[in-house]
Design a protein around this ligand. Structure first.
Ligand SMILES: [Zn+2]
Length: 428
């Protein structure tokens, strides 16, 4: 049986010998080195955007990439870019990368895994002397965790207000960009347009439990979900909690409670992977002996389709009218400006990712991304795709974030061979 398996493995490796492979030892080496910049006593990662830790990590990456012959620079928005173009091609570049900033006490994989993948792709192309048509560009985006800052700058989606936002490190985006070596006075010049980039690919850990729980190697992202937020106010009647009989109350809290459950049921009543959440609630006056007259809640809906978000929202409004009647209260909804439109990934690259995963003998799954990523901004200006590696138990933004190196080796092989394939195809 063992012998049979050996022959089978051998024949597979012969069949797939045209595929290049990354080197796991180099992945481990990059991981261990990058971890040093920001590791804290909980074994978490404090490499927040614009911190000294981030600057040190980027210096380390720059040196590594310069060594293999890339031209490394920081653009005006603080994105670190390594251009690798040994053949002096004047075709549009293929970009790939992610971010190295973390949330406070975050993990060592979110963002960083994608940067490691990007560096390893370049290391493999260089060491295997692979000849490509397009220039390759590794990109390390600035301040991803604080709202996709660097990639939004590339997509032309930042303004003066964005520059004044104070980030977790205490620096504003404007100050932070200068710390990274950018130039805030020329920041709007970094904008790239549709047609400037051949393709963009980002690898990321899933940060959810779909891949890990189903034992799947590769997540191929169909799109990054859009998100809409609303403030919801329930108006009842403030009254004495001791003297008002139960059948004469206009209790906003009762209406709000029904609303929370109704949102959950409504979202669940549709087929698909949409999600809906009430994450915030407060009652006025908010004391034990007064029937709440006002309750404020939030409502969040996410899906790959804006149309579906609107459809579910309309159903929630309709169902709220029933609660209004039952509880003699009044609901009002006002949109919060935190809206993100869904970003669909490029079908052609999705197909290549899926072919390459099959060729390499890895299991893969098409899935939406519930979390926001730089690929979301990049999809506005380039054919864009994303792949996910499994996150152990779906944990992320935590020191417990974990993906084993065997898994990262697989996603890295898929990313490498996908880049080699899309180098040969027309995408515009
Ligand atoms: Zn991330």
């Amino acid at each position: 049986m063992k012998k049979l398996l050996f022959i089978f493995t051998l024949s597979c490796s012969l069949v797939y010998s045209q595929d290049y492979k990354v080197e796991k030892d180099r992945i481990i080496d990059l991981f261990e080195n990058l971890k040093k910049f920001g590791v804290n006593e909980n074994q978490g990662n404090d490499r927040v955007a614009y911190s000294d830790f981030e600057i040190q990590a980027r210096d380390y990456i720059s040196k590594k990439l310069e060594k293999i012959g890339a031209k490394v620079y920081t653009d005006f928005a603080g994105n670190l870019i390594a251009n690798y173009n040994p053949n002096n091609s004047n075709l549009k570049p293929i970009l790939f990368g992610s971010h190295v900033d973390a949330v406070p006490n975050g993990g060592h994989y979110d963002g960083t895994a994608g940067v490691i993948h990007a560096i390893e792709v370049l290391q493999t192309v260089h060491s295997e002397n692979i000849s490509l048509n397009h220039p390759l560009e590794v990109i390390v985006f600035s301040n991803e965790e604080g709202g996709l800052f660097g990639s939004k700058a590339l997509a032309g989606k930042i303004n003066q207000q964005t520059l004044d936002v104070v980030t977790v490190s205490g620096y504003t985006n404007g100050e932070g960009v200068e710390r990274l070596g950018g130039n805030v006075n020329r920041i709007f010049e970094v904008k790239r347009n549709m047609g400037d980039i051949h393709a963009f690919i980002e690898m990321h850990i899933e940060q959810g439990n779909n891949l890990y729980s189903s034992n799947t190697d590769i997540g191929i992202v169909e799109g990054i979900v859009g998100l809409k937020w609303w403030d919801v106010t329930v108006e009842g009647f403030t009254n004495h909690a001791g003297t008002t009989p139960m059948d004469q109350r206009q209790d906003a809290m009762i209406a709000a409670s029904k609303f929370v459950l109704m949102v959950n049921e409504t979202v669940n009543s549709y087929e698909g992977s949409q999600v809906g959440t009430v994450g915030r609630i407060s009652a006025e006056p908010g004391v034990p002996n007064v029937i709440p007259g006002i309750v404020n809640l939030s409502l969040e809906l996410r899906d790959l389709s804006s149309k579906k978000i609107s459809m579910i929202y309309n159903k929630i409004i309709e169902n709220s009218k029933i609660i209004e009647q039952e509880t003699k209260t009044k609901f009002s909804f006002s949109p919060i400006d935190a809206t993100g439109d869904p970003a669909l990934m490029d079908r052609r690259i999705i197909n290549v990712l899926s072919e390459v995963s099959d060729d390499l003998g890895y299991s893969s799954m098409l899935m939406p991304s519930g979390a926001g990523h730089d690929a979301q901004s990049m999809a506005l200006i380039a054919p864009t795709a994303m792949i996910f590696a499994p996150s152990k138990d779906g944990i992320s933004h935590s020191p417990k974030e974990y993906t084993d190196f065997e898994m990262l080796e697989k996603t890295n092989n898929v990313m490498l061979n996908t880049i080699l394939k899309i180098d040969k195809i027309k995408l515009d």
